[in-house]
Write a protein that binds this ligand. Structure first.
Ligand code: GUN
Ligand code: FE
Length: 466
């Protein structure tokens, strides 16, 4: 049995009453939190006396000078795009960005490149405090993303992107409807609930425009029978919505609702441009939305009215989106931006999101969206040990009056020292324990160059060679 004992901890529990505990010991056995109690004096003396038989098999972590918090849940990321960071930098909105850069690069990626891009993304996520992510991959080689997640130790719910609409998808990524469903079902069979439930699988119809009605309908029918969720982009960009309107004579969320896609098992990324009727559908159907503030600003998509959605009791989670449109997967940065953008929200004059609201979005709400609130999202007895230790011993975290304030506005992921996922230490004193970071960085650099060359994107990037 593996045991970890965290002593002298200042714990932001994110439990239902958001308790903050000081001088606390958290006992972890295998993958679970089995005890939370006051740190006793003899814990400290045991910690100091080296090589005592009864503690030899326990990893003791002294958390003095740190906040212990639940691992962050990033509900929308594309780790397959991590090697595209910085490629399409400025002046592009969603649809030309996809057609001119993202699709050409995704379409040339081989299995090894998908593996390295995903591994690089997971490394960045873990190093900045994310323990769980919902990852939408490309149409091919999704096994390699699962293998990367398996290797590095992150908790991941991964979806293969599904794209079968020949009106909008380039031939190089276009799938046949039944092949797309068959491949998703194969991935579900092979990977869902693998590694003690750490790896899970979802359907990933990319967005309305990329899919046929038949594909969306069939997915919703399968979802009704099997306990599998769906990860989709929705209502992100005005041109995209206009295209949806031309095709269906309805707004995006209305289309998805009519097709049976909107519900508690759906995570809908962005949801920026919504009519009141669409907000009501999301609320009534208990759908989960993912706010991706940096991506929404970088692609000039707009600002999601989070206070309005929260007022309607919609489950709002946070996502970094991909490195190709963020360009950083540190969820602390997206939490800060989410909190700040809510100040200029048009939704309500009386309701602005607090730092604690945003922390809830990035922990418990994310866990709920992925159907895992009974296991993750807070530090509570019996839950999985997915924890992050954030250092307070630096100027930007001093003085300490208000913990939620400090975590949302003052820090970023660089203060994350140690990360535990499923009861295993995955980051120790800022070093990843399951992979060699130096190899990953050199592989990433050469493969990113290879992808840019293969796709011809290198010729568009004047700044790379100048
Ligand atoms: N809509 C469809 N595909 C994508 C994607 O890869 N990124 C973003 N931000 N929006 C999308
Ligand atoms: Fe996205």
């Amino acid at each position: 049995m593996s045991k970890i004992k965290i002593i002298n901890a200042l714990v932001l529990t994110m439990d239902t009453i958001n308790r903050i505990l000081s001088d606390t010991t958290i006992m972890i056995e295998n993958d679970k939190i089995v005890d939370i109690s006051r740190t006793a004096d003899d814990d400290n003396s045991k910690q100091k006396s080296e090589k005592r038989d009864d503690i030899d098999d326990i990893d003791v972590i002294d958390a003095r000078g740190m906040i212990v918090m639940p691992g962050l849940v990033n509900c929308h990321v594309h780790t397959v795009q991590t090697l595209f960071r910085g490629v399409a930098s400025d002046g592009l909105e969603l649809l030309p960005w996809l057609q001119e850069y993202i699709y050409p690069m995704e379409s040339v990626m081989d299995r090894e490149e998908v593996y390295v891009s995903s591994l690089l993304g997971y490394a960045e996520l873990i190093r900045s405090g994310t323990t769980t992510c919902a990852d939408m991959q490309s149409v091919r080689h999704t096994d390699k993303a699962f293998q990367a997640a398996e290797k590095i130790g992150i908790r991941a719910t991964i979806a293969k992107a599904m794209m079968d609409n020949e009106e909008s998808v380039p031939e190089s990524l276009l799938e046949n409807t039944s092949d797309s469903i068959r491949e998703s079902e194969r991935l579900i069979k092979q990977w869902n609930n693998i590694d003690n439930g750490r790896l899970r699988c979802m359907f990933g119809p990319r967005f309305i425009q990329g899919c046929t009605t038949k594909l969306l309908k069939e997915i919703s029918e399968i979802m009704n029978i099997e306990n599998i969720g769906i990860h989709i982009h929705a209502a992100e960009n005005l041109q995209e919505i206009e295209n949806d309107m031309k095709r269906y004579k309805k707004r995006s969320i209305e289309i998805l609702d009519d097709l049976g896609i909107v519900g508690p098992k759906s995570i809908l990324a962005h949801c920026i441009h919504l009519s009141d009727a669409e907000v009501n559908i999301l609320s009534k159907k208990k759908a989960n939305i993912v706010h991706c503030p940096t991506s929404n600003l970088k692609l000039a998509s707009g600002i999601c009215d989070v206070p309005k959605l929260l007022e309607k009791r919609i489950n709002v989670t946070i996502g970094a989106d991909g490195a190709a449109c963020n360009d950083n997967l540190d969820l602390f940065k997206d939490m800060k931006l989410a909190a700040l953008l809510s100040r200029i929200s048009k939704g309500s004059e009386t309701f602005a999101t607090s730092a604690m609201d945003i922390l809830e979005s990035a922990t418990r709400a994310g866990a709920k969206a992925l159907g895992m609130l009974d296991r993750i999202g807070s530090i509570e007895l019996g839950k999985k040990a997915d924890l992050v230790l954030v250092s307070l011993c630096n100027p930007e975290m001093t003085p300490l009056f208000n913990i939620p304030n400090q975590l949302v506005y003052a820090t970023d992921g660089h203060n994350v020292q140690t990360v535990i996922i499923d009861g295993k230490i995955i980051l120790k004193n800022r070093k990843l324990t399951h992979i060699k970071e130096t190899d990953l960085i050199s592989d990433s650099q050469s493969m990113a160059k290879r992808i840019a060359e293969k796709s011809g994107i290198d010729r568009k990037m004047t700044n790379l060679n100048s």
